[in-house]
Design a protein around this ligand. Sequence first.
Ligand code: PLP
Length: 407
Amino acid sequence: MKSHSFALPFASRDGELIVGGLPLSRLAAQVGQTPFYAYDRKLLAARVQALRGALPGSIKLHYAMKANPMPALVSFMAGQVDGLDVASGRELRVALDAGMDPAEISFAGPGKSVVELEQAVAAGVLLNVESAREVRLLADISQRTGWAARVAVRINPDFDLKSSGMKMGGGPKQFGVDAESVPELLVEIGRLGLAFEGFHLYAGSQNLRAEAIVEAQQKSYALCLRLAEHAPHPVRTLNLGGGFGIPYFPGDTPLDLAPIGANLAALAEQASRELPDAAITIELGRYLVGEAGVYVCRVLDRKVSRGHVFLVTDGGLHHHLAASGNFGQVIRKNYPVLIGNRMDATQLESASVVGPLCTPLDLLGDKMELPAAEPGDLVVILQSGAYGYTASPRDFLSHPAPVEVLV
Ligand SMILES: *Cc1c(COP(=O)(O)O)cnc(C)c1O
């Protein structure tokens, strides 16, 4: 069986994984229950620092909150990044609570409600508009209230981000405005007197191939430059999206930032001549927070069925849908799993980690090589800082919810 091949971001001592400076069993006692998610501040800060080291200083770094909107984490991230991207009215409230300057918050997503648009205009955040309807509604709100509506146009490009886990641009999409329809919409934005600030593109997610990201960023820049000729005001913001992936599965290798940094430096230099008022932004969710988080559950039962070991835990797909393979994966693969209080074990056995739900989908690890575990032991799922807690159907089967802690 192929094993996971990236460096473990957490240390261990006396057989226990150390999370947030504490041995895992002590952290579990401090939290007061399993299952829980723990997100490590030091790792979050280190990730931002490493990224800034690899990218030109002029590139603005935004955190896309949908990856992990835990309020304490968002407040922490607000002090690390240059801006926050929200995708709902409720995320907007959390971003404002976090103390982020509204000038540095942007709001994207199809089907924004009138209330959400009004919230955003009242707050003074940048709206990445995704349709002519949103433009009309914003003009109405602006006229009625006298508050300026700051808008950027989210473009559905005429290309896609190759080898992405999830494609969100190119071809027919519910996201953004088709590139060929943007000139007409820009005229309308000018006619209605909205405060046009620039463009937003987001082509895809979970990409581990630097050359695919570089190609998409180059094409995105070229497209924005072409469309800028139709803009009612100079372009001040150029959000080129993100899509940076993290390794989850055996055979995945970490993203190489060097070519991305070099390409962004070249684009920034080009923009300084061709779009001199524009600041280039990238927006990342998973890449910033995914590797800083663990999900921890406890073994309740150890069952052997016809020779195969099942570790039945108090956690499962209702807490961590992505680790069960049911959050958009085409072929189920195992997330990296550890027995967090048996880090020194040398004897491994083949075991499957399952949850308490009455469905065979409730599988957290399929036939993995793990230390022989007993009831009471702590199962850790790595790479769980993004698309975990809020991306899971926590009420399915009515078991208790997990807790989230920032450590
Ligand atoms: C989901 C999303 C992101 C974050 O994606 P990640 O893969 O977590 O980096 C960023 N921008 C937009 C518009 C999104 O929809």
